[in-house]
Write a protein that binds this ligand. Structure first.
Ligand SMILES: Cc1ncc(COP(=O)(O)O)c(C=O)c1O
Length: 293
C-alpha cells in the first residue's frame, strides 16, 4: 500500500528474538522530515508495544496505523489491537481467525476519518441507500473519487455468525498454545517467542517458533511433511524481496538473524492435544535427524 500511494516504505527492525514485533526505539530513530505514518503489525496475534509506539508517533506528529490482521479482538493493557492507533486494519482472508475467504475491515479513531472511509468504501457517494431511505432524500452527490471496497452482505453475514463462536475458538487456540509450550520445552534450542505474554493477550493466529540456531530449516520442513505435518514460515522479510530492495535502507540485523530460524507449527481452533503431541514428536524426530546429518 505504501508503494501504491507513491510513498517510500522504510522498514524498522523487530524488538528481539522473544518479541517479534516492531522495535519502537528503532522506529523513533528512523522518523524523518518526510515520515507521514508508522505502520505496525501485531505478529501472530501478539500486540506490538502500543503504549510506546503511540508515544513515539505523537512526539513526532506522525499517524499510527495498526495492521491487526493477525490480532482480531485482542485486549491488552494498552487497549484493543487495531483501536489504539489512528487507524486499524483487519483481514478476513481464508487463513485468518475470522475468515470469509476475502475481505477486511478498517477502523479510525477520528469520526471525520471514519466518515471518509465509510463514504469511500462505496464510490464516495455522500449517502447510502439506507440513509436515504431513512431521511427521505432522493438525491446524493459524489464529492471525490472513490472505489468499491464493499464486502458482500453474504460474506458479512458469515463473519457475524463467526463472531458468536469466536470466544470458544480463542480459548481452543489458547489451550493449544499452552500445550505447545509444555511439549516444546523438551526440545533443546527450540524457542517459543512471546514467552512472557499472558495466553489471553493474543489471538494466537500463528504458533511460530525459532528452530535451534544453525538448523537446516528446509530439511526440517521436508521431514515433517513426510510425517504428515504441514508447517509454514511467516514471513520472508519484505525488505529482501526484489521489489522492495533499497540500497539506502537501514540494516535489520535482528530480523535477518531470526528469519532463518522461523517456523510456524499448525495452529487452529480444532487442534486436539493428540495433534499437538504428533506435531511436536515430528519436530523432535526431524531435529534429531538433522543433528545426525
Ligand atoms: C499481517 C497481514 N497484513 C495484511 C494482510 C493482508 O490482508 P488481505 O489479504 O485481507 O488484504 C495479511 C494477510 O493476508 C496479513 O497477514
Amino acid at each position: 500500500m505504501v508503494r501504491l500511494l507513491g510513498a517510500r516504505p522504510v522498514f524498522a527492525d523487530v524488538t528481539g528474538h522473544d518479541d517479534l514485533t516492531i522495535d519502537p526505539e528503532h522506529v523513533l530513530s528512523l522518523i524523518g522530515e518526510k515520515t507521514r505514518a508508522v505502520v505496525v503489525m501485531h505478529y501472530g496475534g501478539f500486540s506490538a508495544d502500543l503504549v510506546r509506539l503511540a508515544e513515539v508517533c505523537a512526539s513526532r506528529g506522525v499517524i499510527l496505523i495498526e495492521d491487526a490482521a493477525h490480532a482480531f479482538a485482542v485486549s491488552t493493557p494498552a487497549g484493543t489491537c487495531g483501536m489504539v492507533g489512528d487507524y486499524g486494519t483487519f483481514s478476513f482472508f481464508a487463513t485468518k481467525n475470522v475468515s470469509i475467504g476475502e475481505g477486511g475491515l478498517v477502523v479510525a479513531r477520528d469520526p471525520e476519518r471514519n466518515a471518509f472511509i465509510r463514504r469511500h468504501r462505496s464510490h464516495a457517494l455522500t449517502t447510502t441507500p439506507v440513509e436515504r431511505a431513512a431521511s427521505g432524500a432522493l438525491d446524493y452527490d459524489v464529492d471525490s473519487v472513490g472505489l468499491n471496497y464493499r464486502p458482500s452482505d453474504i460474506s458479512s453475514a458469515i463473519a457475524l455468525a463467526q463472531l458468536d463462536r469466536l470466544p470458544d475458538a480463542q480459548r481452543a487456540r489458547e489451550a493449544a498454545r499452552t500445550d505447545y509450550r509444555h511439549r516444546l520445552a523438551a526440545l533443546e534450542g527450540v524457542v517459543l517467542p512471546f514467552a512472557s505474554v499472558p495466553d489471553d493477550e493474543s489471538a494466537h493466529h500463528l504458533a511460530a517458533i525459532l528452530l535451534p540456531e544453525g538448523t537446516n530449516r528446509n530439511a526440517v520442513v521436508r521431514s515433517m511433511r513426510t510425517r504428515g505435518v504441514q508447517v509454514g514460515m511467516h514471513y520472508p522479510p519484505t525488505h529482501l524481496f526484489s521489489a522492495y530492495r533499497d540500497a539506502d535502507a537501514p540494516p535489520l540485523p535482528i530480523t535477518e538473524a531470526v528469519v532463518p530460524r522461523l517456523l510456524s507449527l499448525p495452529m487452529h481452533a480444532r487442534l486436539r492435544t493428540e495433534d499437538v503431541a504428533h506435531v511436536v514428536e515430528a519436530l523432535g524426530s526431524a531435529l534429531a535427524e538433522e543433528a545426525h546429518g
